[in-house]
Design a protein around this ligand. Structure first.
Ligand SMILES: *[C@@H]1O[C@H](CO)[C@@H](O)[C@H](O)[C@H]1NC(C)=O
Length: 399
């Protein structure tokens, strides 16, 4: 038996001789319970193995030359669309004045209902101009007319643009033939009570810059960005820049399983009673991407999301000194113009949210073995305790 006996001594799994085995009812119950426990725990392990986790990671943003998408939806209950202008300016020197592309202005009935006005659009100008004699060439009153119409100002809008381009204040168009034909002054007065909703998308260079919504046409004068505030202040109705931001975001939404605070400005409201009042939002934009399972940064795969989160601080101030208040309607704003300004700055860091499996397959197997082994060991100990306890009780009764 030489070799056999040496190996026999090494056997860690000593076997009990069949005859010495006893089956008990308590043992049966313990077995059933432990099988149930094993089942529940293995199901738990499996769930954990299938679970997908989103791990955030912070890296330096190395992308260049990207555009920053902005989508906004802001309501101004006390200022008509006709007086609002949206401009973008950035440190690269690029300016987008009086943006209309991708942006939709909706006229709202007077506050507090603020429902969209049913009449079609603001641009009644084109309609009236189309009924004119084809040979008609309107005067521009000394301002350079638009190129496309060979220097003719066909509509009141054209005259206003022409005036703005050289920095002349326009007023209500008194004595301007085109505007009188279009009843510009009357329409403007009718709109005085209205509010305006600005909604849409724009795209800007991904560098420090600002976009603002301010009254009047904007133009550049001696390297300065100026707005024609004339009509804003000339009004008898108190216009103010009270506003509600329904939505402001810089890119698509992240999936709901990413725990980040989204769009801190959504549904925020700012109120003022003063005409010359300036609201500023300072926004830090952080690039954020979302990589689903199986994506790497270097290859583009559908399902990956590139977007931006932001944090914001805000500031508001009156543009008039206390002493000037009673002359509010005569003096123009000092040290700035009324409006809502958004300054944005781009963070050098980028957040990557990566989907990963919470556990590897090997980890899952290890877990299952641990569950089975552990549960059976505990069950065996309990069973032994019950059996020996039972024996002792029996002995007591007999003795
Ligand atoms: C802007 O927000 C308002 C209020 O939430 C909503 O009724 C309106 O449809 C939004 N406009 C756009 C273009 O999304």
């Amino acid at each position: 038996m030489g070799r056999g006996s040496r190996l026999t001594r090494l056997d860690a799994f000593t076997k009990t001789v069949e005859d010495a085995r006893v089956r008990t009812t308590s043992g049966g119950i313990v077995t059933l319970v432990s099988l149930f426990v094993v089942f529940v725990l293995v199901v738990g392990e499996f769930r954990e193995y299938r679970r997908i986790q989103v791990l955030p990671e912070l890296v330096v943003d190395k992308t260049r030359g990207e555009q920053l998408p902005i989508s906004l939806n802001i309501t101004f209950p006390h200022i008509p669309c006709e007086l609002l202008t949206l401009d973008v300016m950035d440190v690269s020197g690029e300016q987008q004045s009086s943006i209309t592309h991708g942006i939709h202005l909706t006229r709202l009935t007077p506050f507090p209902e603020s429902k969209p006005v049913s009449t079609t659009s603001l641009n009644v100008h084109e309609d009236t101009a189309s009924h004119l004699d084809p040979a008609y060439c309107g005067k521009c009153y000394g301002a350079p007319g638009p190129e496309k119409d060979k220097g003719c100002c066909q509509t009141c809008e054209d005259v206003r643009e022409a005036y703005a381009s050289i920095g002349w204040a326009f007023g209500k168009g008194e004595g301007v033939e085109q505007c009188e034909r279009e009843h510009y002054a009357e329409r403007l007065d009718e709109m005085r009570e209205e509010g305006c909703n600005i909604a849409g998308h724009l795209s800007v260079n991904k560098v420090i810059g600002n976009f603002h919504i301010a009254p009047g046409k904007s133009f550049s004068s001696a390297q300065m960005h100026v707005h024609d505030l004339n009509q804003y202040f000339a009004s008898t109705k108190e216009h103010t820049f009270t506003h509600t931001i329904h939505h402001l975001s810089f890119g698509p939404d992240l999936p709901a399983n990413v725990k980040v605070q989204r769009n801190p400005l959504d549904d925020s409201r700012q109120v003022t009673q003063e005409r010359s009042f300036n609201f500023m939002y300072f926004i830090k934009v952080v690039s954020t991407s979302y990589l689903p399972l199986g994506t790497s940064e270097n290859s583009y795969i559908p399902g990956a999301i590139e977007t931006h989160q932001y944090s914001v601080t805000s500031h508001k101030r009156s543009l008039m000194g206390g002493a000037d208040k009673e002359h509010a309607s005569t003096i123009h704003a000092r040290g700035g113009i009324p409006g809502v300004f958004f300054s944005y700055d781009i963070s050098p860091m980028k957040v990557i949210n990566r989907e990963v499996r919470a556990k590897s397959f090997a980890g899952f197997l290890t877990g299952v073995c641990a569950v089975i082994g552990g549960t059976l060991t505990v069950a065996a100990a309990i069973d032994r305790g019950l059996y020996e306890g039972g024996m002792r009780v029996k002995k007591l009764h007999q003795g």
